[in-house]
Design a protein around this ligand. Structure first.
Ligand code: HXC
Length: 258
């Protein structure tokens, strides 16, 4: 399917989905969000895709929700349409791993979109921020909740209250991104990580996502019980036998997602 606001390439089981509204630093408008939700839904059912990389341009992952599109909306408008809520639910429902590869600005909804992915690899040019306060609004697709869980209350509160940006080095130090790479190598590094994941059993990667994400939703004892039960359940799979037999036989495992 062809999209106007996205470029999609699929190679070796890895889809690279590139936000493509260069004239507005990839600001998230209704069309882009709808195309992105549709695209990620189609990646879920595409057998050629095992991992998706979500990225933007060298200058911007995404500079936030499209301000020109939002400016004249009323309370009733945003409440009734529940702005971007259906699209973000769709992104969060994805069971295949999604890596955010962020260069340049990831601001407002752009930062929130990156945080919805399973992990973030940042270029050394990346800048993260929640500058909604400068517009007289607050984050609306997860920023007050997710940024706080990633970097802790003090830093999240400061970012939301002042609107200041965090550079890549600070983002890594504070746990927002998994690592920082030179901008020129961003896609290469994200692709290498994606390919590593693509070699694993798809069953196991789905379970990893469910179990790690559960840690944000539940108590420690409930989360540990959930982990224990999915750990047990994986012994019912052929891939567990294959993984362990391959280790014992000193060969590479050939997972079959069964
Ligand atoms: C619409 C945007 C935009 C945005 C940039 N542009 N960000 N258009 N919405 N969020 C447009 C500019 O108007 C400009 O268009 C072009 O992109 C280039 O941007 P410049 O400002 O000229 O670039 P620069 O000087 O390099 O500054 C980059 C920047 C700045 C620091 C990222 O653009 C900026 O502050 N943008 C807004 C960031 C922001 O406030 N994000 C939060 C949005 S609210 P023209 O036509 O003039 O060339 C949000 C809420 C989410 O995200 C919740 C939703 C439910």
């Amino acid at each position: 399917m062809a999209y106007e606001t996205l470029n999609v390439e699929i190679e070796d089981h890895v889809a690279i989905v590139r936000l493509n509204r260069p004239e507005a630093l990839n600001a998230l408008n209704a069309q882009l969000m709808s195309e992105l939700a549709d695209c990620l839904r189609s990646m879920e059912v595409n057998d050629k895709v095992r991992v998706t990389i979500l990225t933007g341009s060298e200058k911007a992952f995404a500079a936030g929700a499209d301000i020109t599109e939002m400016a004249e909306k009323s309370f009733v408008d945003v409440f009734t349409e529940d702005l971007f809520s259906a699209e973000t639910d769709q992104i969060l429902r994805c069971r295949k791993p999604i890596i955010a590869a962020v260069a340049g600005y990831a601001l407002g909804g752009g930062c929130e979109l990156a945080m919805m992915c399973d992990f973030i690899i940042a270029a050394d040019t990346a800048k993260f921020g929640q500058p909604e306060i400068n517009l007289g609004i607050v984050a609306g697709i997860g920023g007050t909740q997710r940024l706080t869980r990633f970097v802790g209350k003090s830093k999240a509160m400061e970012m939301h209250l002042t609107g200041r940006f965090m550079d890549a080095e600070e983002a890594e130090r504070s746990g927002l991104v998994s690592r920082v790479v030179p901008a020129k190598r961003l896609i290469e590094e994200a692709t290498a990580a994606a390919q590593k994941i693509a070699e694993k059993s798809a069953l196991t990667t789905m379970v990893v996502k469910e179990a790690v994400n559960r840690s944000y939703e539940t108590t420690l004892s409930e989360g540990l019980l959930f982990e224990r039960r999915v750990f047990h359940a994986l012994f019912a799979t052929e891939d567990q036998k294959e993984g362990m037999n391959a280790f014992v036989e000193k060969r590479e495992p050939q997972f079959r997602d069964k």
